[in-house]
Structures are given as structure tokens and as C-alpha cells.
Design a binder for this molecule. Structure first.
Ligand SMILES: Nc1ncnc2c1ncn2[C@@H]1O[C@H](COP(=O)(O)OP(=O)(O)OP(=O)(O)O)[C@@H](O)[C@H]1O
Ligand SMILES: [Mg+2]
Length: 377
């Protein structure tokens, strides 16, 4: 009888855990905050002390997304031991062998902590590792433990797995919402570009024509000068508007990123020789990144390189796409660039990093400049 009572209490506790976690996940809209809150909640519900969540991107790079009560041995220098290096759970995840919740025999990070005397480990040595998944998509892993805990029962693992499924589904929901927002933003930009093109641009054109007509009708030299000035101004405004529209509405939507960059080059007066290898069947997200980076690279060529020629190579491989933008212009000394506050190169690198790609710059004074980005697809 007593045994049944105990079982029932356990059962109720488990259900309560699942309910509280589901509620937490349901109300969350931001990934980082959600993971932090849910980890806190989970640990207190299951009576464990320490936990952390790694998110892993498509190319296998991991980031520490949330952590609770890590021992000092893992938190020195801004949690350096948790942000770099390999460990068995990440390795297993990346090999596709982490399908279920498991007892990780020992934690390599903690082992290293002891071997290299990184500090107090608070007697934490082992942890359970649970993949965060939704359907076939894998987002990362959840690790939980407590001091002196070396083994997790199959019941504990089953509960953790159920919670991890909930977290995985919530991650997917938030990611979908983010994509939706991006699409909405892109549509809004396209609308704005269309409107600018159809209204302001046409008005500027009419203004230029009218001023031209008026100039023909007058013999007053002063008036002619003023009208010429108006013609030039409206021409300039139209050019600026055209560049602005281009920035807002990349026509790659219809023609692909290579053509779009070639056409953008035309707007800037830079010839772009294109070489494409492979089929450019890229996601809108990747195309947007290539487009923005290419655009800034061409802006830089026009502003700084003192040449009118450039080359654009795009190579699509099995799981990556590489883009080079090359000019044979001035080149520059990159080591002198630090602290100048210019944003172009920095934002190219940021955009690449954000989707787990690599960014490279080769340049030297008098030797031209080559920008290479490689993005996972
Ligand atoms: N293709 C290039 N050829 C020669 N110099 C370049 C080239 N690209 C960049 N540079 C040099 O690197 C500097 C930094 O470039 P970056 O794009 O970061 O800033 P910027 O173009 O000066 O300003 P912005 O923030 O508007 O982009 C430039 O000021 C220029 O001196
Ligand atoms: Mg720039």
C-alpha cells in the first residue's frame, strides 16, 4: 500500500514537472531567455544542482546557451572551459550518435579541470546528456548533474528526455517565428522599394523633364543657369534614389545573387566579371548574406580601390557556398584598420559569423583586395 502511495507521488511529481516546463516554454518568445528560465525551472523541479545547454549549429559549432551553478573550475575567464575545446557529449552529438538521453560516464571538461588544476569542481564529475530535438532536426544538448552524482536511473533519463523533447519543439517554434518575421521584413522592404521606385523616382524624372522644357523656353541666361542646376540636382537625386532602391530591394529575388551583384556594380560604375560553379539553389537567408556582403565589397571597391574592374566567383559545393570578390586596385594595410570605427568590413564578418561561416580578407598596399566568404548550406 505504502509502495503504491510512493509510486503515485512520483507519478504526480513527474506530471507536475512536465506541466510546469510546458507552461514556461509556451509563454516564451526569445530563445536565450527561454533556455535560461527553463533550465533553472527544470533543475529545481528534479532536485538537481547544475546544468547547461549547448546549442550546436549545422556545421557542428557549439555555443553555451544557458548554465546554472557551474563549478568554479568551469567558469574562469568568462566560462572559457565551456566555450572552447571538444568534449565527449559534443563529439557524440556531431557524430549523430546522441539519439537518446544517456549517462555520460565522465565529463571531459571536468576531467581536464582536474588534470590542469582549473579550480574547484564541487565534486561534480559526471552528467546526463540529452539531445534537444524536434522531429529530425537537432538543435543541441542539455546536460544536468549534481555533486557526487555518477549515475542516472532509466526513470530519470526518461523524464529528462520528455522535457528535452518539449524544449526542442519550443526551439523550433521560436526559430520558425523568427524566419516568419524576417520574411515579413523582406516583404515590407520590397514594398517600400516598389513604392519609392514608382512614386518618388517617377516624380524626379518628371521634374528633370519639366526643368529641361522650361530651359528651352527661356532666353534669360540667369534663368537657364538655375534650370540647369535643377536638372543636375534632380538627376543626382534620382541616382541616389536608384542606389537606395537597390539596397532595399535586391533583384536577386528574380535573378539570383550573382546577377544582382553584377547589376549593382553597374549602378556603382564597377564592372563585375562573374564566374559561377555549381547550381545556385540557395536559401533566401544565405542569398541575403551573400548579397549584403557582395554589396559592401563593391561599395568598398568603388570608394577605396581606385579601379573600375572586379571579379566575383561563386562556387557551390556539397554543403557550403564560397564567394570571392576580387579587385586589383589599391589594396590596403589591414593592420592599420583597428580602431578606425569603420563598419563595412566588420559587418561582413559579423554576417558570416552569425550563420557559422568563415570570412577571409587578403590585401596588401598596391596588391588589390580579395574577400572570401564560405557559408554552410
Ligand atoms: N577593396 C578595397 N580596396 C582598398 N581599400 C579598401 C578596400 N576595402 C576596404 N578598404 C579599406 O579598408 C577600410 C575599412 O573598410 P570598411 O568597409 O570597414 O569601412 P569604410 O568603407 O571606410 O566605411 P563604411 O563603414 O562606410 O563601410 C576603408 O576605409 C579602406 O581604407
Ligand atoms: Mg565600406
Amino acid at each position: 500500500m505504502r509502495m503504491t502511495d510512493k509510486n503515485e507521488r512520483e507519478q504526480v511529481k513527474k506530471l507536475n514537472t512536465l506541466k510546469v516546463i510546458a507552461e514556461k516554454l509556451n509563454e516564451a518568445n526569445e530563445l536565450d531567455i527561454m533556455l535560461k528560465e527553463v533550465l533553472h525551472e527544470l533543475l529545481s523541479l528534479i532536485g538537481m544542482e547544475t546544468g547547461w545547454i549547448f546549442l550546436v549549429n549545422n556545421s557542428g559549432h557549439y555555443t553555451l546557451a544557458a548554465d546554472v551553478k557551474l563549478p568554479p573550475a568551469l567558469t574562469w575567464q568568462d566560462k572559457k572551459p565551456m566555450c572552447e575545446g571538444d568534449c565527449w557529449c559534443i563529439e557524440r552529438f556531431n557524430n549523430g550518435r546522441l539519439k537518446r538521453a544517456v549517462n555520460i560516464i565522465e565529463c571531459k571538461r571536468l576531467e581536464n579541470a582536474i588534470e590542469y588544476h582549473w579550480g574547484e569542481t564541487n565534486e561534480v564529475t559526471h552528467h546526463a546528456t540529452i539531445p534537444l530535438r524536434a522531429g529530425v532536426e537537432n538543435f543541441g544538448l542539455l546536460n544536468v548533474t549534481s555533486p557526487k552524482k555518477t549515475h542516472f536511473s532509466s526513470e530519470e533519463l526518461a523524464l529528462l528526455e520528455a522535457v528535452a523533447f518539449q524544449i526542442g519543439t519550443a526551439i523550433k517554434r521560436i526559430k520558425l517565428a523568427e524566419t516568419e518575421q524576417k520574411m515579413a521584413l523582406m516583404n515590407e522592404r520590397n514594398r517600400l522599394a516598389r513604392d519609392l521606385h514608382d512614386s518618388v523616382n517617377q516624380l524626379l524624372f518628371s521634374l528633370k523633364l519639366t526643368a529641361g522644357g522650361a530651359k528651352e523656353m527661356t532666353d534669360d541666361e540667369k534663368m537657364k543657369d538655375m534650370l540647369s542646376y535643377m536638372i543636375n540636382l534632380s538627376q543626382e537625386a534620382a541616382s541616389e534614389m536608384r542606389a537606395l532602391i537597390w539596397q532595399l530591394r535586391p533583384q536577386w529575388l528574380e535573378e539570383g545573387v550573382a546577377m544582382a551583384l553584377m547589376n549593382y556594380g553597374k549602378v556603382l560604375g564597377i564592372e563585375v566579371a562573374i564566374n559561377v560553379d555549381g547550381v545556385l539553389d540557395l536559401s533566401p537567408e544565405i542569398e541575403e548574406v551573400l548579397w549584403r556582403i557582395g554589396q559592401e565589397a563593391l561599395n568598398n571597391i568603388q570608394k577605396h580601390a581606385n579601379t573600375k574592374h572586379s571579379t566575383l566567383n561563386i562556387i557551390v559545393k556539397n554543403n557550403s557556398v564560397c564567394m570571392d570578390i576580387i579587385d586589383q586596385g589599391n589594396g590596403f594595410d589591414f593592420s592599420k584598420m583597428k580602431g578606425t570605427g569603420s563598419l563595412g568590413l566588420a559587418s561582413m564578418k559579423e554576417r558570416t559569423d552569425m550563420i557559422g561561416g568563415t570570412f577571409n580578407l587578403e590585401t596588401a598596399v598596391g596588391k588589390g583586395t580579395k574577400i572570401c566568404v564560405s557559408l554552410p548550406i
